[in-house]
Design a protein around this ligand. Structure first.
Ligand code: FES
Ligand SMILES: [Fe+2]
Length: 413
């Protein structure tokens, strides 16, 4: 039997359309991260399929939080890059990821909360929580005995980063943590506050724009002053003595980071957006500098984080089509927080959380028309390959990430 752990998927030459090849040729000869990518990167269904097969399938993708598989037998289903997978906690306490594709005839398996075994719904082949075949009804005792020695749900690479579960469909993927090293300083002190993760309620409707439009909106320091009047003024990108601070972006980095000051310490999200009277109390274990700033972290292609003085808020992203992006967080659905246990145990926590949701919804309502307009503008015959200004350093960095990923992908085609 082939050792699937060491084999990459077959090359995809035949499936690569002329559109994709045209875009890749253009990127290889003329691409500069300082200019916008061709609009077709955001509007072509073929280009999206290329991204899914050749970028997402080789990227580390966050599929949830460690709290979701706290106990042996806990299991979550996810679809990174469109592939059904399961993440389990084994009886030995390990967290494992595996393809949710039955070894018999390929039915998709799903989880039902806590379970002792994984069972295919079609003919009841069963697997243990590591994915090894246990039983196969009516297949013959001897044959099943043999199959048990070799058959298992294909293991998927998994890495846990600060309690976030990341998977990578590429069995030869480099480790995740070194590519996120630049984020480490921003974690300082937070985890001393007994942080607990509250996973977001998962979105059940896609947003009608490309995933790159979504994350560009998140990472853009230029627009808040104009789009988020009244909700973001407390955390400005431009101040008399500085404003937004960017981090360096080196090849191999998988995080794009910006930090903005807050006008006063210990602010956070309240019913009206960012403000000085936040719904959640400040975290006592972080530094004075951390208590007066917001840090926005984009980990493409699957998640964003905001380090605030009182919480870390995160969004899980999943693109299922060129104009279909699922986003799950306090802006779009609910939850997506890391909070001190002392905050979660407050008697009026539910009310405070509702206030955060209300403020987040106000900010999000301002972003929605901008994302809709950006996606629509990509289809215009007059769409520019525009330039970026100094406040858009993170967009240049995201472009660099994309161009690097597309170049690696092009080599595999
Ligand atoms: S396809 Fe799963 S048991 Fe037959
Ligand atoms: Fe925004």
């Amino acid at each position: 039997m082939t050792n699937l752990q060491q084999t990459r998927p077959a090359k995809a030459n035949d499936e690569t359309s002329a559109i994709v090849r045209g875009i890749l040729d253009k990127l290889s000869s003329a691409a500069s991260p300082k200019r916008m990518l061709p609009a077709k990167c955001y509007t072509s269904a073929e280009f999206f399929e290329f991204e899914r097969g050749q970028v997402f399938s080789y990227a580390w993708i966050c599929v949830g939080r460690i709290e979701q598989v706290a106990n042996p037998g806990d299991c979550i289903s996810a679809r990174p890059a469109g592939e059904p997978i399961l993440v389990t906690r084994t009886p030995a306490g390990e967290v494992r990821a595996m393809a949710a594709i039955c070894r018999h005839r390929g039915q998709v398996l799903s989880c039902a909360g806590n379970q002792r075994t994984l069972r295919c719904p079609l003919h009841y082949w069963t697997y243990d929580l590591e994915g090894r075949l246990i039983g196969a009804p009516h297949m013959g005792r001897d044959d099943v005995g043999e199959m048990r020695k070799t058959e298992r749900l294909t293991p998927i690479k998994l890495e846990i980063w600060h309690g976030f579960i990341f998977v990578n469909l590429d069995p030869l993927a480099e480790p995740l943590a070194p590519s996120l090293a630049k984020v480490e300083p921003f974690w300082s002190g937070y985890e001393d506050a007994d942080l607990v993760g509250i996973p977001p309620k998962l979105a059940d409707k896609p947003l009608p724009w490309n995933w790159k439009v979504h994350v560009e909106n998140f990472t853009d320091a230029y627009h808040p002053e104009f789009v988020h009047r009244g909700t973001h003024d407390f955390a400005p990108s431009v101040t008399a003595d500085g404003g937004v601070v960017f981090t360096e972006m080196n090849p191999g980095d998988n995080a794009i980071v910006r930090t903005v000051p807050m006008l006063k310490p210990d602010g956070g999200m309240n019913r009206d957006g960012w403000g000085e009277d936040p719904a959640f109390p400040p975290i006592q274990t972080i530094s004075g500098a951390q208590r007066q700033r917001l840090t926005f972290v984009l980990i493409p292609p699957s998640m964003t984080l905001v380090f605030a003085p009182n919480a870390i808020a995160f969004t899980l992203l999943s693109a299922t089509g060129v104009e279909a992006t699922f986003a799950s967080s306090d802006r779009q659905t609910a939850g997506g927080w890391l909070l001190p246990r002392s905050t979660i145990e407050l008697a009026d926590f539910a009310e405070r959380a509702a206030h955060v949701m209300e403020g987040g919804a106000k900010i999000w309502a301002q972003d929605v028309p901008e994302n809709t307009g950006m996606q629509f503008g990509k289809k215009s015959r007059f769409a520019p390959e525009g330039i970026y200004g100094p406040l858009e350093t993170t967009l240049v960095q995201f472009n660099a990430w994309l161009i690097e990923a597309y170049a690696r992908a092009a080599q595999r085609l």
